[in-house]
Design a protein around this ligand. Structure first.
Ligand code: NAI
Length: 304
């Protein structure tokens, strides 16, 4: 018990300052949960517009959290929001923001070359003790690690969208991730309020390794004309107890994202039939029917 509490407090001390690279959908959520948990956060993006949008959405989300936690104590709620925002900085300079930090979480575009470029630069300037992590959902942690020297201080921290709401964090151990790094990542995940699971570096880790082929099979079933889209979704909701049907989920995630992940895995694992390309998915994407965000996918949506 003593050694456990000792290690927890040493971890808390280990991660006080977090730098999040990429201020889009995922990065802004990661920055929020870390700031909310009492850490000093620098959120970095190449675009100042993205950063000001992220700042606004974090402020709005924190307001919602405060309302929930401090229902009858609005003043404490305001304090909570102000303090969390006070711990959050934004920057367009990734190098400067990574010089003296304890943890760098990368959440930029899902492209191996771009991730390599960014990590390589940061590896040269970041302090020795700094842990690097990627929020990649479909790339290999070991492939990303080839760009850096600190392979023992690198792993995957895979959050889910929307980050402040989804309770899971997949902590991915690469081939060279050290025990200390792994333990620190697990403790950090808990500190930011997530339930952590551990996974080896395999395509899609746990959640997406199961979800992506499942969605793909649903699209193939629909493509063959075995059942209507609506019936496939009703079947999985009422028969398997899933909160969303697979085609609704595909539309929500974005058909371009589904295709991008499948294509990447198919290229890397051509003998895995579950990852085979799907003509109907390719057709919808080529027609710009990407799901909820474009107003059309397997279903039609009101564009806001
Ligand atoms: P996004 O497109 O919303 O945000 C990416 C941001 O990175 C953009 O704002 C862009 O300006 C910025 N960026 C690009 N290059 C940069 C650089 N060199 N330096 C600093 N900023 C840079 O993307 P999203 O959805 O947030 O995804 C980010 C990562 O998270 C990807 O690796 C993705 O696979 C992963 N992911 C996405 C999930 C999702 O549901 N969207 C879920 C879990 C992981």
């Amino acid at each position: 018990v003593i050694s456990r509490s000792f290690s927890a407090s040493s971890v808390q001390q280990a991660i006080k300052n977090v730098t999040v690279i990429g201020g889009g959908l995922m990065g802004s959520g990661i920055a929020q949960v870390a700031a909310q948990a009492g850490q000093n956060v620098t959120l970095v993006d190449v675009s100042p517009e993205v950063l000001s949008k992220a700042q606004k959405s974090i402020e709005t989300n924190l307001g919602r959290v405060a309302k929930k936690i401090y229902k009858d104590k609005p003043q404490e709620g305001e304090k909570f929001v102000a303090e969390a925002l006070g711990r959050l900085k934004t920057s367009t300079n990734a190098l400067e923001a990574s010089k003296s930090t304890d943890l760098v979480v990368e959440a930029i575009v899902e492209n191996l070359d771009v991730k390599h470029k960014v990590f390589k630069q940061l590896d040269d300037v970041a302090d020795q003790h700094t842990i690097f992590a990627s929020n990649t959902s479909s790339l290999s942690i070991n492939d990303i690690a080839t760009a850096i020297k600190r392979k023992d201080r690198f792993g995957g921290l895979h959050f889910f969208n929307p980050v402040p709401v989804m309770r899971l964090l997949e902590v991915v151990r690469g081939a060279e991730t050290s025990d200390q790094t792994y333990n620190t990542m697990m403790e950090w995940g808990k500190a930011v309020g997530k339930t952590c699971i551990t996974c080896k570096d395999t395509p899609g880790f746990v959640v997406n390794r199961l979800l992506v082929p499942y969605i793909a099979e649903a699209i193939r079933l629909f493509e063959r004309g075995d059942a209507s889209a609506r019936d496939i979704d009703i079947a999985m909701k009422l028969g398997a107890g899933y909160p969303m049907g697979p085609l609704e989920l595909a539309d929500y995630v974005g058909l371009d994202t589904n295709k991008f992940i499948l294509d990447g895995w198919h290229k890397k694992y051509p003998n895995e039939p579950l990852f085979n390309p799907i003509p109907l998915l390719n057709k919808l994407v080529s027609e710009g029917k990407l799901g909820v965000k474009t107003g059309q996918g397997f279903y039609t949506y009101d564009k806001k």
